[in-house]
Write a protein that binds this ligand. Structure first.
Ligand code: SF4
Length: 322
């Protein structure tokens, strides 16, 4: 039987080159992000992109700014006022099309950059008054072309909750891409949806039900359209932040599977752990580890297939901080 997804498929991530320690910045420096290069690298095939260097702006180079002129956003040299806008926009469209052929599972962008910044990039008016309200030109083209791609900025990845959510999404996107490779069948989609039930519930019970209705009502649907709609709904659901109360609901649901199979003292100990997690005394990894232990020991088939119990490699220790 063909597995639903391959966990050994390459996890290709686009990245602003300077974050990997490449000396491509305007001042010939870099902005190495140790979390990416040290912790995440073993799992990832990086696809580094420096839009400004690839466009031929050189190293070192004059810095650029985003400036509002009339109704448009222009990219101008800070001193020379050389206008890079059209060249950058054309390059970005072309480069993003080439990246789409690589089946990326995510992207990490450098914050604040007029090319790579995902949000809150400085936008100046004619009097050089800056407001943080723009997107870098390359980042804008990327997000426009690939709205479901899990894209984050390295600055936001310092936040443990945002980091865990983004990593969860890149691994989920790889499973989704892997499911959609080769021949599609509704049965495989149903099995995929079932395996992600608890993971989806931790993010959005409404989105889980909505996707369930889509799958159930799609016997005669055109496969490409079904894939598009399911894929988009699935990735949007996981982008909704999982909350502690929703995790508690999911964990309680898991405990229901042990009800008749554990003695009352063990069940009470599990309930204690859940209470401690609910009140923020222990992180998510504590109840999850216990549940995984009992799933294995008691051979609870249904739970053992749930991605919720290990949505990303435990060695990354992401659930120790949420
Ligand atoms: S932020 Fe983007 S454009 Fe600037 S150096 Fe890094 S990769 Fe290049």
């Amino acid at each position: 039987v063909r597995p639903l997804w391959r966990d050994d498929a390459p996890l290709k991530l686009g990245v602003s080159s300077c974050l990997l320690g490449e000396n491509v910045r305007w001042d010939s420096g870099h902005k190495r992000a140790p979390f990416l290069t040290d912790q995440l690298s073993p799992y990832v095939e990086w696809v580094p992109v420096c839009p400004e260097v690839e466009l031929g702006m050189g190293i070192p180079r004059e810095t650029v700014q985003l400036v509002r002129e009339g109704g448009e956003i222009r990219m101008l040299g800070t001193r020379s006022r050389r206008d890079w806008t059209d060249a950058m926009n054309e390059y970005a469209e072309r480069r993003v099309r080439a990246l789409q052929r690589l089946d990326l599972c995510g992207y990490v962008l450098k914050k604040d950059s007029p090319s790579c910044g995902m949000e809150r990039v400085k936008l100046r008016d004619a009097k050089q008054v800056a407001k943080r309200e723009a997107q870098g030109l390359f980042a804008a083209a990327l997000v426009r072309a690939e709205p479901e791609l899990p894209v984050e900025e390295e600055g936001r990845l310092q936040d443990p909750v945002l980091r865990e959510n983004w990593i969860e999404r890149i691994f989920a996107f790889r499973r989704l891409r892997s499911l959609f490779e080769g021949r599609f069948s509704l049965g495989r989609l149903v099995a995929f949806h079932t395996a992600h039930k608890l993971q989806l519930l931790a993010h959005s019970p409404a989105a889980y039900r909505e996707l369930g209705r889509l799958v159930a009502g799609s016997k005669r649907a055109e496969p490409a359209e079904l894939r598009r709609r399911y894929g988009s709904g699935f990735m949007q659901a996981l982008a909704i932040r999982a909350t502690r109360p929703r995790h508690v609901n999911v964990l309680e649901h898991c405990l229901g599977y042990f009800r008749d199979r554990l003695d009352s003292a063990t069940r009470a100990a599990l309930a204690d752990q859940l209470r401690d997690y609910r009140s923020g005394v222990v992180p998510l990894v504590v109840p999850i580890t216990l549940i995984r232990h009992y799933v294995e020991r008691l051979e609870v088939q249904y739970l053992s297939h749930q991605t919720y119990l290990e949505p990303h490699p435990k060695e990354l220790m992401l659930r120790n901080h949420v």
